[in-house]
Design a protein around this ligand. Structure first.
Ligand SMILES: [Zn+2]
Length: 257
């Protein structure tokens, strides 16, 4: 499986920066997990191919690129863009984003080829198919309803916590998962901002260390979703944990799981 965290933020020379404001992970240039930078950073090939978007939750940094992506491709979409999300998240998108005020309700619009956007609700802890992938969503512990994912292509699999604080069930399911090639864990704030992390239901390196005690498998662990203003602090504190297999995921790099 090919896996890539799309760049979302650029330095003064226009190059991709490690400071990530938005979350969007692309698998095999075909499927997007969250859509923060979907319209901004996808290649022409990805724009041509990605018609499935799997959402963890409706926070802006995870969906910001979705309305713009549908807008960009509107006239050329031959197979409707499928948004895979819980019923709760779909309701929020329709009520608060695609509500004709913030952006058009694309689910009610058609181009020359037919409908352009469809919702595919999924259930918690029930496998669902997205192209060649099998995905399972597990509830995590965020300020709003949010899920982590276990994603398999039949040969290997990886897991994403997405935005979360301390978890129980996610680690239980992960420990029972076979062929796990990698996990991606969030760590939004540095230890100094533990109150803010707690209030907003995110992790710090210190809390992440305790969380990883619950993880009984041995595979690479990549840290993602670091708040852009704290990238240096969080990176340093993650490295100071000296946990084998734990490192920061490189923005834009293509990983093979
Ligand atoms: Zn969030």
């Amino acid at each position: 499986m090919k896996f890539q965290l799309l760049p979302s933020t650029f330095d003064e020379n226009g190059r991709a920066s490690a400071r990530q404001h938005l979350a969007c992970f692309v698998v095999d240039d075909l499927i997007a997990f969250d859509a923060g930078s979907l319209a901004i950073s996808t290649t022409a090939k990805q724009k041509k191919q990605i018609r499935d978007v799997v959402l963890s939750h409706a926070h802006l940094d995870h969906i910001a690129g979705l309305p713009l992506y549908v807008d960009d491709l509107f006239a050329t979409i031959k197979r409707p863009i499928q948004i895979h999300a819980t019923a709760e998240v779909i309701e929020i998108l329709e009520r608060d984003i695609f509500n004709w005020s913030i952006y058009p309700r694309f689910s009610e619009l058609r181009n020359d080829y037919g409908v352009v956007l469809e919702y595919r609700p999924f259930e918690i802890e029930e496998d669902f198919a997205v192209k060649h992938l099998t995905v399972k969503a597990i509830n995590v512990n965020h300020k709003v309803p949010s899920v982590g994912f276990i994603v398999s292509d039949g040969k290997s699999c990886f897991a994403l916590t997405n935005d979360t604080s301390v978890m129980g069930r996610f680690w239980e399911v992960l420990n029972e998962t076979e062929n796990l090639s990698a996990i991606l864990v969030e760590c939004a704030f540095p230890n100094e901002l533990s109150d803010l992390a707690c209030a907003s239901h995110h992790l710090t390196p210190k809390v992440l260390e305790k969380e990883l005690d619950k993880f009984k498998q041995n595979c690479p662990i990549y840290v993602v979703n670091i708040k852009p203003m704290y990238i240096e602090q969080v990176t340093r504190q993650i490295m100071e944990l000296e946990i084998e297999n734990l490192c920061i995921l490189d923005v834009g790099r293509i990983y093979e799981f």
